[in-house]
Write a protein that binds this ligand. Structure first.
Ligand code: FES
Length: 96
């Protein structure tokens, strides 16, 4: 699938391999960070990752979701991720 990420006012595209089952947005971001672009900034809380702290919020196709719990369905062809919140720190990280 193609994951488009709005960074610094521009949209950057990444090709993330499809899976047989749904993956979370966080797993897709981890793949991009580990395999495609080490400069991508997104919120990752290793002690949470279960929808508890609420800090990994992003906008996915216009809807605010928690990246660690929101699933991307396997048949998704394109997904647009944008920072959620008004105080942009960098890429997908905002200070709310
Ligand atoms: S990492 Fe805490 S809610 Fe997602």
């Amino acid at each position: 699938m193609k994951v488009n990420i709005k960074r610094n006012g521009k949209v950057q595209s990444y090709e993330v391999p499809g899976k047989d089952s749904a993956v979370t947005i966080m797993q897709a971001l981890d793949y991009i960070y580990e395999h495609l672009d080490h400069t991508l900034a997104y919120y990752r809380h290793s002690a949470c990752g279960q929808g508890i702290c609420g800090r990994c919020v992003v906008r996915a196709d216009g809807k605010s979701v928690l990246a660690c719990t929101a699933k991307i369905e396997p048949d998704t062809e394109t997904l647009l991720l944008e920072p959620a919140g008004s105080n942009l720190v960098r890429d997908l990280i905002t200070e709310n």
